[in-house]
Design a protein around this ligand. Structure first.
Ligand SMILES: [Fe+2]
Length: 173
């Protein structure tokens, strides 16, 4: 079924850009929707549940600074199963480095390439996101889930403070 996946790719300077992947709907019956959401090469499934308007990774408790994850050995493929979640993405290899992408329940799958700073904020009612990740050999919890406070990364701090994120909303009705 993956042959039917449609991938929307955006312009990038030298790094892979994020992608939005649509997937095949088998059929709808009364009150039932039925999809194949398989991502080729995904070798693990992470489920991320936010209760209420959670932020991941959480802001720094003392000053409220934003924090980010960056994976060097993992590609994320994120699908909101329920609720809505907004992602902030920064990658200095892109033509424009700062994006805000909103995922809505059963919308597109957001592929975040390796080397992209990312954080997410759920809607008030929370959200459940399935990550069909591709985790490389050598990836560990420590290497992939280190929290980066923007105050410790000047380039990231300047980007967040001086640029407006380009905003994209992706949902499938
Ligand atoms: Fe991630």
């Amino acid at each position: 079924m993956n042959s039917s996946l449609e991938i929307q790719n955006f312009k990038s300077k030298k790094s892979d850009f994020f992608e939005l992947i649509s997937y095949e709907k088998f059929r709808d019956t009364k009150n039932v929707r039925f999809f194949d959401i398989s991502i080729n090469k995904s070798n693990c499934r992470d489920l991320v549940i936010h209760n209420g308007p959670a932020i991941s990774p959480p802001n720094d408790e003392e000053l409220g600074n934003w924090a980010f994850y960056i994976h060097h050995n993992q590609e994320d493929n994120l699908l909101a199963i329920s609720g809505g979640r907004t992602f902030f993405l920064v990658n200095f290899g892109w033509e424009y480095p700062f994006y805000k992408v909103r995922l809505e329940s059963c919308g597109y799958i957001l592929r975040i390439p390796r080397g992209t700073f990312h954080r997410s904020v759920s809607d008030n009612n929370g959200s459940i996101v399935l990550n069909q990740a591709i985790r490389d050999k050598g990836a560990t919890i420590e290497s992939e889930f280190k929290v980066i406070n923007i105050k410790d990364n000047k380039k990231l701090l300047d980007c967040i403070n001086n640029l407006k994120p380009k905003f994209k909303i992706f949902s499938v009705k």
